[in-house]
Design a protein around this ligand. Sequence first.
Ligand code: HMG
Ligand code: MG
Length: 311
Amino acid sequence: MFESFPERAVVYEVGPRDGLQNEAAQIPTERKLALIAALAKAGLQRIEVTSFVSPRWIPQLADAEQVVAALPRSPEVVYSALVPNEQGLQRSIDAGLSEAAFFLSSSESHSKKNINKSVAEAVALYTKLAKKALAAGLKVRAYVSTVWGCPYEGEVPLERSVELARRMVDLGCYQVSLGDTIGVGTPVQTRAVLEGMLARLPAAQLAMHMHDTRGTALANVLVGLSMGITTFDASVGGLGGCPYAPGAAGNLATEDLVYMLQGMGIETGVDLELLVEAGQLAQEAVGRELPGKYLKAASGARQKKAVPGQT
Ligand code: HMG
Ligand code: MG
């Protein structure tokens, strides 16, 4: 297992979207923008910044247009946003984003609760939307949720997730991010999930999106790395949760992921010190301490240094 790690990995930051979507108190747009700017400054080149979903379903992201209009533009950074339907896609095109992210579930109850559609309806819709998005020159990423388990149905047959992932790639999505939406996955299960996926899809077209509800996200990432996966979603400070997956915690914290990758000699292009500064901004934005381990350790060390007489 410790012989075949990649030289570099892509860290796909989802904090401003997946992280913030669950926050009850409205965060001012300027704070979101400051956080995104800090993440870009830390070297993150893939940032999911918001969602063009119904503001009634996700009030926190009702300012999607304002966020996108004021993004700090840089040729190195690709911004994306979730798109759930035709209206969302049009909003995303009008806002001028170059990448859209489709999302669907492999379990019926989560699908219904999250996007008010059956899985088959979602597939039919995205089949139509993919054509339009690609014709408009967008790149499209897709999420398949509840691959490791569903908050309403429990275990989900792997074949269903594999079929959906394959389908999304066939529609022209350049990558499918596999969601452990409620953070139940463990390493042996992850190996089985990835074996199933890799039998039908190349590793480069897969990403892992692990929520860290039970503390197993990094262990699962390690399995992914050893099996050739090189893109990992993460959320600054471990911010977040899914409003339609009760009990789900935030994503794997970006700092924890970057720390582990760097320690293993895997290049990410991310500056951990600057990432901690972004984490501190995220904490200020939500008004509480975030669960990310590295962020806690680094913030503690900084505070100690700031107190005279302590080392
Ligand atoms: P619906 O109620 O069935 O929508 O919701 P509708 O088409 O019947 O429209 C109802 C109203 O919503 C209409 O307004 C539409 O205009 C409006 P009215 O005429 O009543 O005033 N509407 C919109 N407004 C703005 N933008 C839009 C839009 N669409 C409709 N795009 C819908 C269906 C899909 C819209 C809704 O269910 C929705 O927005 N769901 C998104 C929920 C969400 O964002 N969940 C969290 C993200 S998923 C996740 O976190 C998992 C992931 O991280 C991976 C993982 O962890 O596994 C990705
Ligand atoms: Mg998620």
